[in-house]
Design a protein around this ligand. Sequence first.
Ligand SMILES: Nc1ncnc2c1ncn2[C@@H]1O[C@H](COP(=O)(O)OP(=O)(O)OP(=O)(O)O)[C@@H](O)[C@H]1O
Length: 264
Amino acid sequence: MLQINQVSKLFNPGTPDEKIALVGIQLHLKPADFVTVIGSNGAGKSTLMNIISGVMRPDTGTLHIEGAAVGSLPEFKRSQWIGRVFQDPMAGTAPNMTIEENLAMAFYRGKVRGFGLGVNAAKRRMFKEQVARLGIGLENRFGAKVGTLSGGERQALSLLMSTFTSPKILLLDEHTAALDPARAELITQITQDIVREMKLTTLMVTHNMEQAIRLGNRLIMMDKGRIILDIDETRKKDLTVERLLGEFEQISGKKLADDRIVLG
Ligand SMILES: Nc1ncnc2c1ncn2[C@@H]1O[C@H](COP(=O)(O)OP(=O)(O)OP(=O)(O)O)[C@@H](O)[C@H]1O
């Protein structure tokens, strides 16, 4: 489904500010793989997400989605294949537009439109059914401006919107990190349901070790621009936070340094 071959990225090459972000990344995801990504500060997690979504170009290496080379396509051309939810609840939605308008915008993304973001009765019913599945009552607030929603409600909506185009890849970029524990758990639950129901191929960056272990069928750990651990479904079942930290220390020769780490 997603094939990343020998992707490297260096920032500010040849200057005192030179930063190695990614080194020869090899990552192949099968359809419906749900991979959690953890790593120390500056390990290259965000850069990897940015390169997959097309925000950044790699210096070397190739990217294929379902066999098609997408590495040279700009972000807007990849957007119908890639759904992304960011850490910042403000990032994925338009605050001055209503819930319905936001949904219409997401629904028509990448599609040829006739006359604007028209929503007929059938579309409205479909949108409401989708929003009702989130289980947080947003279907009763369709006319409300999104800027009036809580952070958790906005993340739930962003998540739903990111899947409207039936993306081939879903990128979750610490999407629960800015929420309080109860809302983070709700969004985690909704994420699991959506990913399972839509069989989405998913990459989720998280600083929450327990979450990284509990969710998905595969876990990768990054350090200094490399994937240093790749744990499959069978090994993941027996994984604990202590064991994972131990493995990290053994491979990297240091303790995991992450300002925002949550052990669970
Ligand atoms: N636009 C940029 N310009 C220069 N250096 C950058 C840029 N973006 C990232 N870097 C550097 O590249 C390296 C990888 O950064 P990246 O943000 O991908 O790490 P990360 O794993 O997401 O880190 P964190 O968990 O701390 O957010 C770091 O050393 C970072 O300082």
